[in-house]
Design a protein around this ligand. Sequence first.
Ligand code: DP6
Length: 400
Amino acid sequence: MSEDKTLTMVTCTAPANMAVIKYWGKRDSDLILPINSSLSVTLHQDQLKTTTTAAISRDFKEDRLWLNGEEADVGHPRLQSCLREVRRLARKRRGGGDEDAAPLGLAYKVHIATENNFPTAAGLASSAAGYACLVYALARLYGVEGELSEVARQGSGSACRSMFGGFVQWHKGERPDGKDSVAQQVAPETHWPELRILVLVVSAEKKQVGSTAGMQTSVDTSPLLKHRAEALVPERIAHMVQHIRERDFEGFGQLTMRDSNQFHATCLDTFPPIFYLNDVSRRIIALAHRYNAHHGCTKVAYTFDAGPNAVIFALADTVAEFVEVVRRSFPPAPNGDRFLQGLPVGSASLAEELLSAVVLEPVPGALQYILHTKPGPGPQLLDDPGQHLLGADGLPRGSA
Ligand code: DP6
């Protein structure tokens, strides 16, 4: 934390996460309480992260927000919920019960600047990392400790799972006030060192139906979603926890694929139906099944959120071969992005039988790039003041 007489500033980073048992549907849209529990893997911040600087000063005239350098609307209701909740916890902690007791700082205006190290346009869930980072930074700024996933949840449901590293369960909770709808770590990121994640970024498409609107229509119209939430997810969560504890890739991968498919089935069961997968997504699904069939076991597992990009789980010793299979199946456009990004991938030569069994009709240019990453830790506080996104004047660095 940087502090002078007039300015207090903190900078934090937070990760994205990928659900293997999906959250889809709210029972309370204001508090963001889900109809079922969910479980995710936190992605490593070396590849995907949000950085947020939050500052308070008695010189600030109004609350202000900058997203990737552009000033944005600070009045967004979900952002306001997070701000209100962190300030409430700060007051509680300092022993003040009401507004009058607000200690210095709580009455000051706040400046917030936030940046992603990955293109928002890539369609990779940025709201989870964004709200987790906002809440973590505000909590550090106001000296709040303890349970924060409940606050992050009120920014975006999936954000509560980004408050922890490794493997994280969001308990749906029972209480109407949401106090028990919190995230909990199932295992740390060091638990399964061989696990790797490949994000297959599908070439740009027009915008999808957003998660918030989509899941509400599903809750209102899909009997399959209701059945899934009530009868199927509780058992799936228990099995997934066990597969993770045992580092059982066969079980983990099978259930990950089935749960992704069931989530997309509930989208099709929504009326009017929602389509997040496209032709390339479906080709990736078929490719993964051919690849696993060729090997006679689950070597790779796919999962898809509210968009066409695939996230593939595999063990480290499979990555080089599968990446080569993907490259042969979706030959990169000659002047596109760097095709392989993130953690290094070794080279692999493919056996003739593998090629003829798995790589059927290549589709050039269908993928923009592949990002190679692994499970990673939860939010971090950065000590180096050089990493603040705001300058000593409380404005974004580099701005006029
Ligand atoms: C398909 O957390 O983005 O990614 O709570 O309305 O902000 P809101 O929705 P959001 O939904 C994520 C849905 C999902 C599945 C998941 O992450 O579990």
